[in-house]
Design a protein around this ligand. Structure first.
Ligand SMILES: NC(=O)c1ccc[n+]([C@@H]2O[C@H](COP(=O)([O-])OP(=O)(O)OC[C@H]3O[C@@H](n4cnc5c(N)ncnc54)[C@H](O)[C@@H]3O)[C@@H](O)[C@H]2O)c1
Length: 339
């Protein structure tokens, strides 16, 4: 079977990583086109890959007859137009989260894909491919914990860019716990509330950090998430599932614990998401490449999952403002045949 010929749009932090993974660790795929708003960036990356060209216009890159599939690693606000172009050209696409940045355009993308009668869009919620989350999901589905009742999550970053604001903690950080919740529990989130504890004096002026999100699923399961993005310490993502027959914890990040002198013990701190989830991205990409080559196109979170996450985050941003629980507003999945 010939290699899948891929265009990568946006070669910033994520896109450059994805190009490197596709060219060095993923089998059955080649990066043949790269595109970036900053042309010189795309040209520099293309120059390092045999048989790869830089294409200036993202829509031309998608339409290119030598491109079989697309990876979108452009900023969220550009996704809807680029996703619709992928659908128009019938090209499978792995779109970094978010699907789009608002609920309306996410729903539009879901509807347009459903009209085609085949799935082309996978959304880059990579935690579903992480070995610890996969293990937890398998144990849960096998009934090991009985009925799942509660999920406690922690999402901490050492620091965020100065441009980060309070709502981005919901849209960029909490969004992953939103997807984890839907993945583990196989149900939608019905409501969300955001508590605002005392602010970290080390956080940039005006940012509400930390935040505590409390979500309730349709069947009444409770999820709480501590979001704290200016700890100054480490990247920490922890999840504890509590069920009627026991509980389980992932993300302890213990690795090797070394005893040393004088009288110390400890291990290494994971500096960021690329180190913590590097293996998950590799698995995500290999499975996506295999699915596209086999004509299945999607093997992971779908456009619907992207829409659901957008709907919960929109309610989360409203809850951040009001301090009250906000119901998540979503259309029913059954109202869009094929979604
Ligand atoms: N899954 C994850 O864990 C994860 C982590 C970080 C970022 N992301 C997502 O990945 C995407 C990219 O994030 P990033 O951190 O790499 O951002 P970035 O700013 O480092 O890179 C974005 C790149 O896209 C280019 N660009 C901007 N507009 C463009 C356009 N219209 N067409 C083509 N290129 C354009 C920019 O020049 C830049 O090089 C975002 O959607 C972000 O939310 C996902």
């Amino acid at each position: 079977m010939p290699d899948l010929r891929i265009a990568v749009l946006g070669v910033g932090i994520m896109g450059a990583d994805h190009v490197a993974r596709l060219t060095s660790r993923i089998s059955g795929a080649r990066v043949v086109v790269v595109n970036d708003f900053l042309t010189e960036k795309a040209e520099a990356i293309a120059a390092g890959i045999p048989g790869c060209r830089a294409v200036t216009d993202p829509l031309d890159a998608i339409a290119d007859p030598e491109v079989d599939a697309v990876v979108l690693a452009t900023p969220g606000p550009t996704h809807d137009k680029q996703l619709l172009a992928c659908l128009e050209h019938g090209k499978p696409v792995l779109c970094e989260k978010p699907l789009t940045t608002d609920v309306e355009s996410s729903l539009e993308v879901v509807k347009r894909e459903a009209e085609l009668g085949k799935r082309l869009i996978q959304v880059g919620f990579m935690r579903r491919f992480d070995e610890e989350y996969t293990q937890l999901k398998n144990l849960l589905d096998a009934g090991e914990f009985g009925r799942a009742l509660v999920l406690h999550c922690v999402h901490r970053n050492p620091a965020v860019p100065p441009s980060f604001d309070s709502s981005m903690i919901v849209k960029d950080s909490l969004v992953h716990e939103v997807d984890v919740t839907r993945f583990l529990f196989d149900e939608e989130i019905a409501s969300i509330q955001i508590m605002k504890p005392a602010v970290n004096p080390g956080a940039p002026e005006g940012i509400q950090d930390p935040q505590i999100a409390i979500m309730r699923t349709e069947s009444g399961k409770h999820v709480d998430v501590e979001l704290f993005v200016t700890t100054g310490v480490a990247y920490e993502v922890r999840t504890e599932l509590v069920g009627e027959k026991g509980s389980a914890f992932i993300g302890l990040d213990v690795g090797l614990v070394r005893k040393g002198s004088p009288g110390t013990w400890g291990g290494t701190i994971t500096p960021g998401f690329r180190e913590r989830f590097g293996r998950a991205y590799d698995i995500e990409f290999q499975r996506w490449v295999d699915a596209v080559r086999n004509g299945i196109n999607v093997d992971g979170p779908t456009a619907w999952d992207g829409y659901a996450a957008a709907a919960v985050c929109a309610a989360g941003v409203e809850a951040l403002e009001t301090g009250l629980p906000v119901d998540v507003k979503m259309v029913s999945r059954a109202s869009i045949p094929g979604a």
